[in-house]
Design a protein around this ligand. Structure first.
Ligand code: GLU
Length: 278
């Protein structure tokens, strides 16, 4: 089977060494006869910048990578995510959530036993219990709302799910560890979880290559695939690069952007070695 894999940056800053590691591993996995895709995850239209898209393409080309055209830009495909959301809605596994961040924090403060997930305290489910009449009334008043997945209800639609991580082996999907995640934000008609799942399927991705920080997100993606009847790829969650103090590289580490490394005279081979993928 031809391997189809991808690198999917969000253009909210310059690429750094951690991105180089991810892109190079994906590109290598597609050699010699697989397909390597670049996807621009720019659903956050407020924070995404055209200049970062151009910079990412320049950096990746400088590293020696090539990718297929056209490059999928998520912000141009909101209709695809709306269609997936409508399918889920018809399955009765979604609910509108009117909570603000402050509402959620206050609710959590009131319930000291609020369950924790890998990314922190889980959404306490405040809006899950609103009656249909209350929902309709609040929507009618124009109150902004996000759309959440009712994970327990969604799980009742399928038997236990598994997925395969190339490094860690067979996993049992545990989407409940992330709680009722947002599938459409108040300001954007999708979320990371929905857009990435829809796109990987639409683009025929067979191997999802990404950092270990997204390992737990895969539990939710696997559930969404089952609900939407999408093909199931395999995953590779690679280790995250850290600095000498053991901290993860982040967009704030300006000296380690690929642009800064290039301008300081490093060669692509040196940067590939620094990224751990020579
Ligand atoms: N866009 C995500 C990021 O930049 C990566 C998504 C993925 O590879 O699934 O962190």
């Amino acid at each position: 089977m031809t391997i189809v894999t991808r690198f999917a940056p969000s253009p909210t800053g310059l690429l750094h060494l951690g991105h180089a590691c991810s892109a190079l591993l994906a590109w290598q996995a597609a050699q010699p006869d697989g397909r390597f895709l670049l996807r621009i995850e720019d659903i956050d239209t407020g924070r995404s910048r055209e200049e970062f898209v151009a910079a990412a393409e320049r950096d990746l080309a400088w590293l020696g990578l090539t990718w297929e055209q056209p490059v999928r830009r998520q912000s141009r495909h909101f209709g695809d995510y709306r269609a997936a959301l409508a399918r889920l809605d018809a399955m009765n596994v979604l609910y509108p959530c009117f909570c603000t961040r402050a509402d959620i924090a206050a609710e959590i403060a009131r319930s000291p036993t609020a369950p924790h997930g890998p990314d922190g305290v889980l959404y306490p489910g405040t809006c899950r219990t609103l009656s249909p009449a209350e929902r309709a009334q609040r929507i009618a008043t124009g109150a902004p709302y996000a759309v959440r997945l009712d994970v327990a209800r969604a799980q009742s639609h399928s038997a236990a799910l598994t997925w395969r991580d190339l490094d860690r082996g067979e996993q049992t999907a545990q989407p409940e560890t992330l709680g009722d995640v947002v599938l459409a934000r108040k300001d954007v008609p999708t979320s990371y979880h929905l857009a990435v799942t829809v796109d990987d399927a639409l683009q025929g991705v067979t191997l999802v290559t990404r950092g270990d920080d997204l390992f737990h997100a895969t539990h939710i993606h696997r559930l969404l695939q089952a609900l939407l009847d999408l093909p199931v790829p395999v995953w590779r969650h690679h280790r995250l690069l850290t600095d000498a103090a053991g901290r993860r590289y982040a967009k704030r580490d300006k000296a380690l952007t690929l642009q800064a490394l290039r301008e300081s005279g490093r060669t692509p081979a040196e940067v590939r070695a620094l990224a751990g993928v020579p």
